[in-house]
Write a protein that binds this ligand. Structure first.
Ligand code: PMP
Length: 286
């Protein structure tokens, strides 16, 4: 079956889909994106992803490519045409195409909208969760507006590449004061000796993860103690459990940081419980 990609009003075969060479997303990373989990052919936490997408667009003064309702129809059509039950949906909006110049183009530029989806092997992802992942720390060299989900991802690419070279599946980024900000493509969490969850508060230093936000709902429902504060790498190394959250992995156990085992060196019991009940509180689209 041919994969189908939505680009600026058209559903095209994967190999033929493309954008203009002077698209500002390509030239300046003048673009934002979203990644949404697809489960049972439905979108997970669509409302929160759309809220964040609109916020990102607003912060950068990029025009909305279409109404929320129309965008919802495009996303569903991409899932449907690709017949995806379990996977990920990727949406990107750029400021549009214009002759290369730094300031925003004058007049009406049409934002570029790309939407694609891909299958995820659920068995592989579950095997990964059962084993837990290794994390390596890297200095956080990103900019001061990490709360905006831009495609300016080179620092994350470099951090992940370095982590992979160290045998790890994720990088935890560390600020100049020694505190973990977040993962290169995930939010970072630990569980202390008293069973309290600790994660960094939202602000300019991290992306406000949708999975993070939904997990907060779950924690309050389950009456699990939580402290939103920054934690150091040393604290993380001494933690009872650690995990990351993201739309692509939901709650994913971390079993080592810089090759030091966390807790028992196996996925934590609280982490696995949260993973198993996460979708009870997440929104599923119709
Ligand atoms: N932080 C960063 C830097 C990310 O790239 C991501 C994933 N896009 C997250 C956190 C997790 O966000 P979400 O739960 O919305 O996928």
């Amino acid at each position: 079956m041919t994969r189908v990609v939505y680009v600026n009003g058209r559903y095209l075969p994967y190999a033929e889909a493309g954008v203009h060479v002077e698209d500002r997303g390509f030239q300046f990373a003048d673009a934002i994106y979203e990644v949404c989990e697809i489960r049972d052919g439905r979108l997970v936490d669509e409302t929160r992803h759309m809220d964040r997408l609109e916020r990102s667009l607003g912060e950068l003064a990029i025009a909305k490519p279409m109404s929320r309702r129309a965008l919802g129809l495009v996303m569903r059509e991409v899932v449907r045409r690709n017949r995806i039950r379990t996977g990920l949906l990727y949406l990107q909006v750029t400021r549009g195409a214009a002759p290369r110049d730094f300031p925003f183009p004058q007049g009406d530029v049409t934002p570029t909208l790309v939407c694609l989806a891909r299958r995820v092997d659920d068995a592989k992802r579950e095997a990964r969760a059962a084993a837990g992942i290794a994390v390596a720390t890297q200095p956080d060299i990103r900019w001061a507006r990490c709360d905006i989900k831009t495609v300016m991802l080179l620092p994350a690419v470099l951090a992940k590449e370095a982590a992979a070279g160290a045998g790890a599946q994720e990088a935890w980024l560390v600020d100049s004061a020694g505190f973990v900000t977040e993962g290169a493509s995930s939010n970072a969490w630990i569980v202390d000796g008293a069973g309290t969850l600790i994660t960094r508060p939202t602000g300019n230093a991290i992306l406000p993860g949708v999975t993070r936000r939904t997990l907060l709902d779950l924690l309050s429902r389950e009456k699990i103690p939580l402290t939103e504060r920054a934690f150091t790498v040393e604290e993380a190394l001494a933690a009872r459990e650690a995990f990351i959250t993201s739309a692509s992995g939901t709650v994913m156990p971390v079993v080592s940081i810089n090759k030091v085992p966390i807790g028992s060196g196996h996925p934590g019991t609280l982490t696995l419980r949260l993973r198993s009940i996460f979708h009870q509180v997440a929104e599923l689209s119709h």
